[in-house]
Design a protein. Structure first.
Length: 221
């Protein structure tokens, strides 16, 4: 039977993921279930069932932050583009990416650093308690860790960049820093990740916050 409705495709995909996780003997805690399965749904990569790590109650804190109109900051416009706009509107939340802003490019050039670092500095000044989602730039994670040590308290840090240079180290740094300073965090340990993963995590949180994890509740046909 061919499934063409978006809601049917998503439901069948999640059912398949659930069955394959069970067959592999992988148990996901109830709180983290929606995030892990949505990442697998977005990537078709079951390694994320083991690679994704969560500080205590990170999902709960993230959902409550979004329900309290906390803004989201991403490190790529790709991640920003994929975030559920109806969910943001329903919650009264804003989402931003500053990477392409001319002043960020100028600041990075003047300071001899990356746009990601300047973007996170800019975000910290204007949205100090935001949800920070990093799917591409490990330098952003090093900067966020530094900011946390200096007193910044994001509502949630999502650290899931992909790659080979500074990626593993950046994730370990942000994970250990968030643990030390009691900052909620969701991190994909190892090399895997990306903007798609960051968006999947954000949408799982947004759907949880709006009570629309079931696709039929999102008004799809």
């Amino acid at each position: 039977m061919q499934h063409t409705k978006p809601s049917d495709i998503e439901k069948m995909s999640i059912q398949t993921i659930t069955q394959e996780l069970s067959a592999a003997g992988i148990i996901i805690t109830e709180e983290n279930d929606a995030v892990v399965k949505r990442v697998i749904h977005a990537t078709a990569d079951f390694d994320f069932a083991k690679n994704l790590v969560f500080t205590d109650n990170a999902v709960e804190y993230g959902v409550k932050a979004l329900q309290s109109h906390t803004p989201i900051i991403t490190d790529t416009n790709m991640a920003l583009a994929g975030v559920s706009k109806p969910s943001l509107e329903k919650l009264g939340c804003e989402a931003h990416c500053f990477m392409a802003d001319p002043e960020i490019a100028a600041g990075a050039k003047a300071n001899g650093t990356t746009r990601a670092v300047c973007a996170m500095e800019y975000a910290a000044e204007r949205y100090p308690g935001a949800v920070l989602a990093v799917g591409n730039a490990p330098t952003a994670l090093f900067k966020i860790a530094e900011q946390i040590r200096d007193g910044l308290r994001p509502a949630l840090v999502i650290g899931v960049p992909v790659g080979f240079v500074n990626v593993v180290e950046g994730k370990e740094t942000i994970w250990n820093t968030c643990l030390q300073y009691d900052v909620p965090a969701i991190v994909a340990m190892g090399r895997k990740g990306g903007s798609t993963v960051a968006t999947a995590i954000l949408n799982a949180l947004l759907y949880s916050a709006t009570g629309t994890l079931e696709p039929d509740k999102r008004g799809w046909n």
